[in-house]
Design a binder for this molecule. Sequence first.
Ligand SMILES: [Zn+2]
Ligand SMILES: [Zn+2]
Length: 252
Amino acid sequence: MKEKIYTIPVNEAYDKDCECPLCELEKQLEYEAVEYALGAAMMEPDFRIESNEKGYCNRHFKQMFDAHNKLSLALVLETHLIELRKKLDGLEKAVNTAAAGKSGLFKRNTAAETAAEDISAVFGKVECECMICQKINSTTKHYIDVLLYLWATEEEFRAKFERSKGVCLKHFKILCEAAPKHIKSDAGKFIAALAAKEKKELERIQEDIHRFTLKFDYRYNDMEWGTAQDAPLRTIEKISGYITPYDDKEKN
Ligand SMILES: [Zn+2]
Ligand SMILES: [Zn+2]
């Protein structure tokens, strides 16, 4: 049996009636990571050094902004900004060379192209090194490993999996990629079972979103909403993962 630390949350997520249990797990991880970044992490020098260097992506800055802890946020921003300014200073030589319009006789690139590449390399990294994304991704890898293991070894979990509404397409892809690495001989069966489930669940979503559009036609005024009332949100979440705003977390 894999570590309980991961099997319990995976089982609990599969007990919920939701469009994607892995998104449910990520939602919780995300909430905890935002709380941590603005709370306990403030007292962790190692974390602060790393977060000053790496920073956060736009999605997670937005959630930190919504978390109503503006002093912690400002302190995080202040020290992160110092590091960002150092990165910009480090590019000064390339920028000056570009301004002078120099281009080495035998060099493939112009000075402007080289400066643009250097800037892109430095600031492109800032967006994809987000501390919260990294935390979520590394823990989700364990959840996926455990999910596959449970599916391959526990009858009870496999029944839960069959009763579930599948996963979002983001996690569909990730699970299929992971299956051959983690459950080897059972991977084919798992991929087939998940693909069949996704086919059925996307059909259900399609019916819901169509029903939603019909409600805007006066001829269908009296039609019951059924499960279609929140179809746009659930359809987006089924296609690309959850978008529930940070503030709504408590309601889930
Ligand atoms: Zn998902
Ligand atoms: Zn992020």
